[in-house]
Design a protein around this ligand. Structure first.
Ligand code: FE
Length: 224
């Protein structure tokens, strides 16, 4: 018995195919032809190895006691709102050397207020009560973190910087400092100058004007 005649699909397809479909078909064919070459290319050129974010000294002003309010927003301390300085978002990811998000990691930052004072007895406990001065966040599953703070300012002997610490469980994985790209004080700062160029680049980022104040993106890479 003969199979029933095929429905007239091919001819109806032909009818439906316009110039756009032909272009799409040509693209698809090119993609199929090109795919093995791309794949081989990717294998031939492994992704460049990530450089671990360089460590920097902790400095003398890590909080003796953590503030009651220790969240991501350093511009709001309890009920007090800090209105001085240039508001800035500092955000990024925490990844390992393979680029995998470091789930469960905590990022801490601490810095001086707009007048250059830390919440610390070693600095006379003179920091503005409205400035939280310290924040701690857990990174998301995607490794992301973010803080609301001010663009750091200089104080005697130091170029503007934000202190950063990364912890995983009870372990401290990294203590470093973040610098402002283009700040004229960097070249006079002993700690910054001591860093090799690649290390400087890894901890020196632009604070760029955005819709909501400044924004600095700081990717953190740790050897977990
Ligand atoms: Fe400092």
């Amino acid at each position: 018995m003969r199979a029933p005649a095929q429905p007239s699909k091919p001819s109806s397809l032909r009818v439906e195919l316009g110039p756009a479909d032909n272009a799409r078909r040509a693209l698809l064919a090119a993609a199929i032809v090109g795919a093995p070459a791309l794949w081989l290319g990717a294998r031939a050129q492994p992704a460049p190895a990530r450089i671990a974010t360089p460590a920097q000294t902790e400095g003398p002003f890590y909080p003796v006691r953590l503030p009651q309010d220790a969240d991501h927003d350093l511009l709001q301390n309890g009920t007090l709102r800090y209105g001085r300085g240039q508001p800035a978002w500092v955000d990024g990811t925490v990844t390992d050397l393979d680029g995998k998000p470091l789930r469960g990691a905590q990022v801490e930052i601490w810095q001086c207020d707009e007048n250059g004072h830390y919440h610390h007895p070693g600095d006379g406990d003179r920091a503005d009560a409205a400035f939280q001065g310290f924040g701690r966040v857990a990174v998301g599953d995607d490794g992301r973190y973010r803080f609301r703070t001010i663009r750091p300012v200089p104080y005697s002997g130091r170029t503007p910087h934000i202190h950063v610490k990364v912890k995983l469980g009870g372990r401290e994985l990294l203590t470093t400092q973040l610098y402002v790209a283009g700040d004229p004080g960097n070249a006079r700062d002993g700690l910054w100058r001591r860093l090799p160029e690649a290390a400087r680049d890894a901890v020196t980022v632009p604070f760029e004007r955005g819709a909501d104040g400044l924004r600095a993106r700081f990717p953190i890479v740790v050897a977990a």
